[in-house]
Design a protein around this ligand. Structure first.
Ligand code: 3PY
Length: 251
């Protein structure tokens, strides 16, 4: 990676409050000398615990979703200001699990992304193709389209509040990882798409993570690639030593 890396754990729907406390307490000493930015994206119910425990440390806290409206009749949703009030600094937007299971579309991803930025938080925007798309040879078009729609109406200045995570859907929760070259190829394509939308200065500054079964064993090789600026880590972020190995590989 040519840029300072960001290593973010996506805990998904894992860990109770008690488990959150244990994991973060294990992680703090292991991550304290990190040469990259470290984020843990935890379930809503654990945000307050995570923010309190990480105060004064180099670990930042993220949520995994955020509604686009400021308030109102949206049962089960959480607004951006509810998150900022709690000290949350990052929000994962458009993870493929939300797109697949919860009806998330490129249009709602765009709205959520803008709500996160407007609230002063950093959005970790997930894009990526399904296996079928890759087999049909439309990875480039699809990922470029997801990126363009998600960034619609986002100014160049606000782009500094966006991280893009390239997560091939076929590599999520399957144990299959893209090769480092495949990951770099699509990360570079995303960067080229952003350059066309904005300019080279903006695309050079953008953090683009790889996600999809990144783990302690494959992180170093993935992170050695010039366009891979970090990782969004699923299962391996649930074990402090594994997550620490990835942090060290990025430092
Ligand atoms: C995974 O690695 O499984 C992820 O989805 C990370 O977000």
């Amino acid at each position: 990676a040519l840029r300072k890396a960001v290593i973010a754990g996506n805990w998904k729907m894992n860990n109770t409050r008690v488990e959150t406390k244990a994991l973060i307490e294990d992680l703090i000493p292991l991550a304290k000398d990190a040469g990259c930015d470290v984020v843990v994206c935890v379930p809503f119910t654990n945000l307050e615990t995570a923010v309190n425990l990480t105060k004064g440390t180099n670990i930042k806290v993220g949520a995994q979703n955020c509604h686009f409206e400021a308030k109102g009749a949206f049962t089960g949703e959480i607004s951006a200001s509810m998150l900022t009030e709690m000290g949350v600094e990052y929000v994962v937007i458009g993870h493929s699990e939300r797109r697949q299971y919860f009806g998330e579309t490129d249009a709602t991803v765009n709205k959520r992304l803008k709500a996160v930025i407007d609230a002063g938080m950093t959005a970790i925007l997930c894009v990526g193709e399904m296996l079928e798309d890759r087999e049909n040879g439309i990875t480039e078009e699809l990922v470029a389209m997801q990126t363009k729609i998600a960034l619609g109406g986002v100014s160049k200045e606000d782009l500094s509040k966006v991280i893009i995570a390239y997560e091939p859907v076929w590599a999520i929760g399957t144990g299959k990882t893209a090769t480092a070259d495949q990951a770099n190829e699509v990360c570079a394509l995303i960067r080229a798409t952003v350059e066309k939308l904005y300019d080279k200065e903006a695309s050079d500054a953008l953090t683009i993570q790889y996600g999809g079964s990144m783990n302690a064993g494959n992180a170093a090789e993935l992170l050695s690639k010039p366009d891979v600026d970090g990782g969004l880590i699923g299962g391996a972020s649930l074990k402090a030593p594994d997550f620490a190995t990835i942090i060290n590989a990025a430092s």
